[in-house]
Write a protein that binds this ligand. Structure first.
Ligand SMILES: [Zn+2]
Length: 320
C-alpha cells in the first residue's frame, strides 16, 4: 500500500471512533470498585465479595448512561475554576444554597459531580435502611464511578481537555492511557475503610484535591512536550483487531514520570474513600445484617446499554 493510502487507512480507523474503544478508560473505574471491596470490615466484606463481579462490571454504567440521557453528563465533572480560585470559598457545598446563589442552570452547565455524588451516597443510605439488595449494589457501583471521577484533576477544570492551553487530548492521556500502561505496577491495597462522620465534606475534599493538581498536570505535560520530538509524540498501536493513533509509550512514560505518583495516589484515594463511604452508608442505614439479605442485583439500564452501543454521546464528550 502506498504511504498516502496507508495514512488514509489509519485516519479512517481513528476517525471511525466507537465508544467501545473507549473501554480501556473503563479499566481505572473497574479497578477502583473492585479494590474498594478489600477495604471493608467483616460485616460488609462477605456481601460485597459475593457480588464483586457485579460491582466491578457496573463501575462504568454511569458513563454508558451518558449515551442515553443528556442530564447524565454534568454529574461526572465540575468546572470548579468557574467559581473563582482554590479553595473556592464562594461556592456553597450544599446544593440548595448553591442553587439560590448561582441558579440551577449555571450549576448544571458547569458540572455537579460533588453534589450528585453526595446525593448518590444519601440514596445508598436509604437502600441500606430498606434492605434493598438490588438498589444497594446498583448504588454502590454508581457511587464508585462518581468517586473515581471526583479524583481526576481534569474533571475539576473548565480546561478539561487542554483546549485553552493547546494541550488537546490530555484528558484521555491522563485518565485512560496512563492507567492502562502503568497501573499494573500500582499498589491498590490501601488499608481499611473507616467511618466518615461528614461524607459531604469528604466528597468535596476529593474534588478540591483534584482542583489543586490541575496546574501540575498541565505544566508537566508542557514539559513532556519539550522533551519528546513531535514525531515521537504519537504512535499507531493495534487494539484487538483495530489500529489506533494514540500517545506513544515513550511520551506517556515521560509524562507519567513527571507526575510522580499522582495517578497512583488518586486511584488509591478513590479506593479508600469509596470503601469508607460504603461502610458509612451502611452504618447510617442502620447496620442491616447483610449476610441475611436476599435479592439480586438490579439489571443494567437497557436503554443506556443500547444507546452506548450505538455510540452517540449526549453533551460534552471529554467528561467521562
Ligand atoms: Zn464518568
Amino acid at each position: 500500500m502506498k504511504k498516502g493510502l496507508l495514512l488514509a487507512f489509519f485516519f479512517s480507523l481513528t476517525l471511525g471512533f466507537h465508544p467501545e474503544m473507549n473501554a480501556w478508560g473503563f479499566h481505572a473505574h473497574k479497578t477502583i470498585n473492585r479494590y474498594a471491596v478489600f477495604t471493608l470490615p467483616s460485616e460488609l466484606f462477605g456481601f460485597y465479595k459475593k457480588n464483586i463481579d457485579y460491582i466491578t462490571e457496573h463501575a462504568v454504567d454511569p458513563d454508558k448512561r451518558r449515551y442515553a440521557i443528556l442530564e447524565e453528563g454534568p454529574r461526572h465533572f465540575i468546572d470548579i475554576d468557574h467559581y473563582g480560585s482554590y479553595p473556592f470559598p464562594e461556592l456553597p457545598r450544599v446544593w440548595e444554597k448553591a442553587v439560590s446563589k448561582f441558579s440551577e442552570d449555571t450549576l448544571i452547565e458547569n458540572g455537579i459531580v460533588p453534589w450528585n455524588t453526595y446525593k448518590v451516597y444519601r440514596q445508598l443510605v436509604w437502600a441500606f435502611s430498606q434492605k434493598n439488595v438490588g438498589r444497594i449494589l446498583k448504588l454502590s457501583a454508581d457511587l464508585g464511578h462518581y468517586i473515581g471521577d471526583a479524583h481526576v484533576p481534569l474533571h475539576a477544570t473548565k480546561n478539561y481537555n487542554g483546549q485553552f492551553t493547546n494541550q488537546e487530548g490530555i484528558h484521555g492521556l491522563l485518565e485512560s492511557r496512563l492507567p492502562e500502561l502503568f497501573a499494573v505496577d500500582y499498589d491498590f491495597f490501601v488499608g481499611k475503610a473507616e467511618y466518615i462522620e461528614r461524607p459531604q465534606e469528604a466528597i468535596w475534599n476529593a474534588v478540591l484535591g483534584s482542583a489543586k493538581l490541575v496546574d501540575t498536570v498541565f505544566s508537566s505535560e508542557k514539559m513532556t512536550g519539550k522533551n519528546v520530538s513531535p514525531q515521537a509524540k504519537y504512535a499507531f498501536e493495534t487494539k484487538g483487531r483495530t489500529v489506533v493513533k494514540q500517545y506513544s509509550k515513550a511520551y506517556s512514560a515521560d509524562f507519567h514520570a513527571r507526575l510522580g505518583s499522582m495517578v497512583e495516589d488518586r486511584m488509591r484515594s478513590s479506593i479508600v474513600l469509596l470503601g469508607s463511604l460504603w461502610y458509612s452508608a451502611w452504618v447510617e442505614g442502620g447496620q442491616p445484617n447483610l449476610d441475611q439479605l436476599a435479592g439480586i442485583p438490579e439489571k443494567e439500564d437497557a436503554i443506556a446499554d443500547s444507546a452506548f452501543r450505538e455510540g452517540k454521546i449526549k453533551g460534552r464528550i471529554e467528561a467521562d
